[in-house]
Structures are given as structure tokens and as C-alpha cells.
Design a binder for this molecule. Structure first.
Ligand code: HEC
Length: 138
């Protein structure tokens, strides 16, 4: 009897832990504040160094650009940029730097900042969706 009770308590703990984990794993949205100001600032610096020979921030600022990514997850966007850019040397930057640049793009589209940085672990869970606002002049 004692053993059964022990088994049941362990089971209850496992069920509770699983519930916590699934709650944390639930999909979220770029509207939920998924990057920080400091991260976007780093991204702006990397963009200036590695991308502005060919691009202007305005190309990626009005919702017209991110609109094309609506419904996809942030990981797809990061991997697209990482595997194609810079055009003359794709994948040259560190993954972390590409993620910072994407945070900067989010800033350019007026998406809200939050307390935690966008990181490799969370990318797949975050869906890209509007509304977007052109914030390139700020
Ligand atoms: C040597 C020039 C060059 C550099 C450097 C470069 N790109 Fe590009 N990029 C291009 C060209 C050319 C295209 C395709 C034509 C277009 O859409 O402008 C492109 C397209 C893109 C697109 C897709 C645009 C679309 O219409 O979907 C993104 C996003 C992008 N670049 C991001 C970056 C980022 C981020 C960097 C810096 C890490 C970078 N690029 C560096 C030349 C460059």
C-alpha cells in the first residue's frame, strides 16, 4: 500500500511537470515582446557592418516586407537569411548575430520589445504576424 502511494505521488509530480513544460512550450507570437532593445541595437550594428553595402534599413521596415513572412516561424526567417546573406558570402556571421539582425528588423517594423532576448531555443515557437508599423524613422 505504501508503495502504491509512493508510485502515485511520483506519477502526480510527473503529470504536473509535464503540464508546466507544455504550457511553456506553447506557441507565441512576435507581438508578445520576444526581443530586447539592446538586442536590436546590436543587430543594427551588425546590419551596418555586414549588410548596408547592399541594403538600406527602409527595405525591411515597412510592414510590406514582414507581411511576406506572416504565418511562418522566426526560425524559418533566420535560416533563410543565414543561408542566403550576405549574398557574396552566405553564413559568414555567427548565428547569434543573424538572430540580433532579425531582432533589429522586428524593431524596424514596430514590433514590441520585451524582457528576454530572442534566442536559438525559442525561435521555432514564435510566429511572425502583424500588425506591423514602419518605425525606421525613430
Ligand atoms: C553583396 C550584396 C549584399 C549583401 C552584403 C547583403 N545582401 Fe541581402 N540581398 C542582396 C541581393 C542582391 C538580394 C536579392 C534582391 C533583393 O531582394 O534585393 C538580397 C536579398 C535579401 C533579403 C530578401 C529580400 C526579399 O525580398 O525577400 C534579405 C532579408 C536580405 N537580403 C538580408 C540581408 C542581410 C541581413 C544582410 C547582412 C547580413 C545582407 N542581406 C547582405 C545583396 C546583398
Amino acid at each position: 500500500m505504501k508503495r502504491l502511494f509512493c508510485f502515485l505521488s511520483v506519477l502526480a509530480v510527473i503529470v504536473a511537470a509535464a503540464q508546466v513544460l507544455t504550457a511553456q512550450d506553447g506557441p507565441t507570437s512576435v507581438q508578445a515582446g520576444v526581443y530586447t532593445d539592446a538586442q536590436a541595437e546590436r543587430g543594427e550594428k551588425f546590419f551596418g557592418e555586414a549588410c548596408m553595402v547592399c541594403h538600406q534599413p527602409e527595405e525591411f521596415s515597412d510592414g510590406g516586407y514582414l507581411e511576406g513572412w506572416s504565418g511562418q516561424n522566426v526560425n524559418d526567417f533566420v535560416e533563410f537569411v543565414r543561408s542566403t546573406m550576405p549574398e557574396d558570402n552566405p553564413g559568414r556571421l555567427k548565428r547569434r548575430e543573424y538572430i540580433d539582425i532579425i531582432a533589429y528588423f522586428f524593431k524596424l517594423n514596430g514590433l514590441p520589445t520585451g524582457e528576454t532576448e530572442l534566442d536559438r531555443k525559442s525561435l521555432r515557437q514564435i510566429k511572425i504576424e502583424g500588425p506591423y508599423v514602419d518605425a525606421s524613422q525613430n
